[in-house]
Design a protein around this ligand. Structure first.
Ligand code: TZP
Ligand code: MG
Length: 237
């Protein structure tokens, strides 16, 4: 099976904790509304569920994402992704190392890695990441144990380093952390790296959000609105 085609434009990372999703029993409905509003990629991020629970949530979620032909990735857990047969994983710097995850998953699965600086970004590219989740861009109550708040300048620096090392066209990029309809146009604009000495610019492939969709009163409308903002952001690649 070839690697699935992935559209990174609007990436929903789930969170069913009450701080994000007031009524956790709405979880699958909220994700389905987000899918019908146009999210292009979903990551199941459940930090507290035990393995059995996680596998069962992941299976049900995969049925849903397949219906919308949207890839499903699992946060942290390569074993769960394998058990469910979904499209891949997202791993952080303290999770299973990328080479081992790649060996277990094979070349046909998507592996994303969280990076917050140039060194982590280039290492993930070198070790075969399909995409980088660059952040934390802005401080967010959704994830407080973040290593660094990097802002648009941090994103720009990573894009420029990827380009210099020859990875910009091979490895996709999304940014994450505190992003919502009020700051997405700004981050997309400010995170571009504009060359001083040659024409062109570097920019992100997409934006990942948790609460901007999971906490929305109308997740479908929120997704649609975010997508319109991203699509109309002019220098977005
Ligand atoms: N990784 C870095 S920030 C973050 C993750 C999973 C949470 C982002 O949540 P929100 O609600 O979109 O700020
Ligand atoms: Mg992790």
């Amino acid at each position: 099976m070839p690697k699935p085609h992935v559209n990174y434009t609007l990436y929903l990372v789930t969170d069913s904790t009450p701080a994000v999703l007031k009524d956790p029993s709405r979880f699958f409905d909220v994700v389905e509304q987000a899918l019908s509003g146009g999210v292009s990629l979903v990551q199941l991020r459940e930090k507290t569920a035990d393995t059995g629970e996680l596998v069962s949530i992941a299976k049900r979620l995969h049925e849903l994402t397949k219906k919308y032909e949207v890839p499903l990735l699992i946060n942290d857990r390569v074993d769960v992704a394998l058990a469910v047969g979904c499209e891949g994983v997202h791993i952080g710097q303290d999770d299973m190392d990328l080479e081992t995850a790649r060996k277990l998953l094979g070349d046909d699965k998507i592996i994303g890695v969280t990076v917050s600086n140039v060194e982590e970004a280039l290492r993930a590219c070198e070790n075969g990441a399909d995409y980088l989740g660059i952040g934390t861009v802005y401080a967010t109550p959704t994830k407080t144990n973040t290593k660094a708040i990097i802002g648009a300048a941090g994103v720009r620096e990573i894009l420029a380093a990827m380009d210099s090392a020859g990875y910009y066209h091979k490895v996709k990029t999304v940014c994450i952390g505190g992003l919502n309809k009020n700051n997405i146009p700004r981050i997309l604009y400010q995170s571009q790296h504009i060359f001083g000495d040659k024409p062109g610019f570097l920019s992100l492939d997409g934006v990942a959000v948790v609460s901007a969709i999971m906490s929305a009163d109308d997740p479908e409308e929120a997704s649609r609105e975010l997508l319109t903002l991203i699509d109309s952001s002019d220098k977005f690649r």
